[in-house]
Ligand binder design. Structure first.
Ligand code: ZN
Length: 242
């Protein structure tokens, strides 16, 4: 089975479209989304509609939950809190109802999916080998997929050694032997210094992973953020991938 994994779209519709054009060319069997479809960005309803129509599995993320009013925004930074309030008012009834039905974790054959981490699917960031190992020991499937940090990551564990780190665009790796924890990176707000939209292509039968980046028209999303008077910082950072 071939699977496209996307995460952290953050209502950036042009980044999502660019990724989905590449995904459609690859014609995978399934599309898995690891959450945070909305929050930060200017087009939450369009992104929900697109993901809802396409994804075989979609998780809910902390920003989705904040926009739904399920999570308080007290742990958010100022621009995240402002955009969560704006998104809450902007979300349509249908989009809201769909997001409310999602869970922050899921299981597919051979893989466990989490928005944050296996230990805390909503909030924990996996950004170190230590936290990755704690997640791998808390799970059993060969493959663990996480989002949330907006940093593409590939960490392997053979039962003794933990190994790996950042997975730049173009990284190709074998999934076997051992187990892997992978983060596809973020579609709509990458934070690893590469502003292109990130996604991950898995070939589970062949045991291969391919980290992809899709260029998109960043200025269009920036203009939409500014037109809605969302915090300017949310537009500026997109150009730098931070
Ligand atoms: Zn996110």
């Amino acid at each position: 089975m071939r699977v496209a994994v996307i995460s952290d779209i953050h209502a950036n519709y042009h980044a999502l479209e660019a990724v989905l054009r590449e995904v459609e060319r690859e014609a995978p069997d399934e599309v898995w989304c690891l959450g945070d479809v909305v929050g930060y960005g200017p087009l939450p309803n369009d992104c929900v509609d697109r993901v809802r129509a396409l994804a075989d599995v979609c998780l809910v993320g902390n920003h989705d939950l904040a926009a739904l009013g399920v999570l308080a925004t007290t742990d958010f930074g100022l621009s995240a809190a402002v955009s969560a309030r704006w998104t809450a008012a902007e979300l349509g009834e249908e989009q809201r109802a769909w997001l409310l039905g999602l869970a922050p974790q899921a299981r597919r054959p051979g893989a466990e999916l989490f928005h944050g981490s296996p230990r805390d699917p909503v909030w924990e960031y996996v950004l170190s080998e230590e936290v990755a190992l704690l997640g791998l020991t808390a799970t059993t499937e060969p493959l663990v997929l996480v989002g949330h940090s907006h940093v593409a990551l590939a960490i392997g564990w053979d039962g003794e050694r933990v190994d790996g780190g950042l997975a730049a665009g173009g990284t190709e790796l074998e999934l076997r032997p051992g187990r892997r924890l992978l983060n596809p990176g973020s579609v709509g707000q990458p934070r690893d210094g590469d502003p292109r939209a990130a996604w991950l292509l898995l070939d589970l039968a062949a045991g291969r992973a391919s980290f992809r980046r899709a260029p998109y028209e960043i200025e269009r999303t920036q203009a939409e953020i500014r037109a809605r008077r969302l915090p300017d910082e949310l537009a500026a950072r997109l150009a730098h991938g931070i």
